[in-house]
Design a protein around this ligand. Structure first.
Ligand code: C2O
Ligand code: CU
Ligand code: CU
Length: 503
């Protein structure tokens, strides 16, 4: 039950091959009105029934929720429809694990045994994936293991992963976007001796933060109803959520903070920056700590990417308010307009930091970070190319849609390879690989360089329009059937995913 076929999905999209070309032809008359950018004009367009006038324009903000972390020794996740307070008593229907949005914050130590039972009480098939971990393949949440409503799935494996900011979410074929959007996604923080020895900020100065955008109705309630152009650009909205709270704020003291940030959006890329230009000390990404800390004023973070940032508020006066926001940016492929559905690159206020208390905090900034073990491109024995193409609301890897049982690539265990991800369209694709991390070697076309937050190990890399990214890859954890896919969840659900057999 609850299985939507690809064809149903496209039917929901409002007609294959019609909506997208129409929408893409629309911009000319709408552009340039009143000197607004085409994107802003498009977003406020009254002709679009799904664009909401709600912007919470009164400036009210709501306290960020910081959930208690739970260990991974004996977890029970019950997935069920429920209601969630988005802030200020605004209750929204969600699908949640254990009635929490985001899903419970998990903390593990390297070497821990991870035991969990997931009970599926939502009206869809469901399976959970531990994004960034490298468990055995039957523990990885491949969609072939999805269980029907009323069913359950048992997880039992050892967390043998480097300290890092990982996460988990539903991975049901053709429903990952909807289920994640409705609330089935949470952070999974792993620590180890190496990380602990650094003495990084902890306790109330370590802030796990899931940033998401939501499309909301006139009452401010998020809804998931993609159509037409949303299947090209992905599903985006104008309402920011931080840890499931709309327009959040956080009271901080004059200390050194560690923000462990996940972009948990379906499609929206954030360019993070602070409104008073306080720099970030970037210390980690998807694969844990970077080889060395880097000072940056802005960081791009695509869906499923993570960054670990130190923010030094010690010279900020009490009373100061600083906004963490997503800065505007251009799309390198020139795909910025999609009939009002594509908000990619538009600015968004994310989290306001309110400096509330003066304290003495002598926590040192790390001068160096532990060495990172990375695949060596000199030792590569083979190359492979993955072409990502998007046309007419269809998304392909090497010309094919995902098929549950088809093996797309056979990759020998333990051998180093060079993979090229080639973007043949102007749409951004955050490319994600299960079961290992890769090393980004180069980017050509588009932005033409590798960024500081792409150093070290990555499991997801943002490929903007017409870029080619080369990575070095090696599977060293387990043999089995894993996945490579676009983490724009609408693209993934429409089949931009491939089965990788590590053998
Ligand atoms: Cu975060 Cu295959 O997914
Ligand atoms: Cu994953
Ligand atoms: Cu994509």
């Amino acid at each position: 039950m609850g299985k939507m076929t690809r064809r149903d999905f496209l039917r929901l999209a409002g007609g294959v091959g019609l909506s997208v070309p129409m929408a893409m032809r629309l911009p000319t008359p709408l552009m340039g009105a009143a000197g607004l950018s085409p994107l802003l004009t498009a977003c406020g367009g009254e002709g679009d029934p799904l664009v909401s006038p709600h912007h919470n324009g009164n400036g009210t903000r709501f306290p960020l929720r910081l959930p208690e972390a739970v260990g991974v020794g004996d977890l029970r996740f019950t997935a069920a429809p429920t209601e969630w307070d988005l802030g200020g008593g605004l209750r929204a229907p969600v699908w949640a694990l254990n009635d929490q949005v985001p899903s419970p914050l998990l903390r593990a130590r390297r070497g821990d045994r991870f035991r969990a039972v997931m009970e599926n009480g939502i009206p869809h098939d469901l399976i959970l994936h531990w994004h960034g971990l490298a468990p055995p393949d039957d523990m990885d949440g491949h969609p072939r293991f999805a269980v029907a409503p009323g069913g359950s799935y048992r997880y039992d494996f050892t967390v043998d992963d480097r300290a890092g900011t990982y996460w988990y979410h539903s991975h049901t074929h053709e429903h990952t976007g909807e289920q994640t959007y409705r609330g089935i996604a949470g952070l999974l923080l792993v620590t180890d001796d190496e990380e602990e020895a650094l003495g990084l900020p902890g306790g109330h100065r370590e802030i796990p933060l899931i940033l998401q955008d939501r499309r909301v109705d006139a009452d401010g309630i998020p809804f998931f109803q993609p159509f037409g152009p949303a299947f090209m650009a992905g599903y985006m909205g104008t309402q920011a959520l931080g840890n499931g709270v709309r327009d959040p704020y956080l009271e901080v003291d004059t200390g050194l903070y560690r923000f462990r940030i996940l972009n948990g959006s379906n499609a929206r890329i954030f360019r993070l920056g602070l409104s008073d230009d306080t720099p970030f000390l970037l210390i980690g990404n998807d694969g844990g700590l970077l080889p060395a800390p880097r000072t940056v004023s802005a960081v791009d973070i695509a869906p499923a990417e993570r960054v670990d940032l130190l923010v030094d508020l010690r010279s900020h006066p009490v009373g100061r308010r600083v906004m963490l926001r997503s800065l505007p940016f251009p799309l390198s492929g020139g795909m910025g307009f999609m009939g009002g559905q594509n908000l990619q690159g538009e600015p968004l206020a994310l989290l306001e930091l309110r400096v509330a208390r003066e304290v003495d905090d002598a926590t040192p900034l790390p001068a160096a970070l532990p060495p990172v073990e990375l695949p060596d491109p000199e030792r590569a024995v083979r190359e492979r190319t993955f072409r990502f193409d998007s046309r007419m609301m269809n998304h392909f890897i090497n010309g094919r849609h995902f098929e549950m049982e088809r093996i797309d690539e056979r990759v020998p265990f333990g051998e180093t390879e060079i993979w090229s991800f080639v973007n043949e369209s102007g749409l951004p694709h955050p490319v994600h690989l299960h079961a290992t991390h890769f090393r980004v070697l180069s980017r050509s076309g588009g932005r033409g360089r590798v960024f500081p937050w792409e150093e070290g190990r990555k499991d997801t890399v943002l490929m903007q329009g017409f870029e080619t990214i080369r990575v070095a890859v090696r599977f060293t954890a387990h043999r089995g059937l894993y996945l490579l896919h676009c983490h724009n969840l609408e693209h993934e659900d429409l089949g931009m995913m491939a089965n990788i057999l590590v053998e």
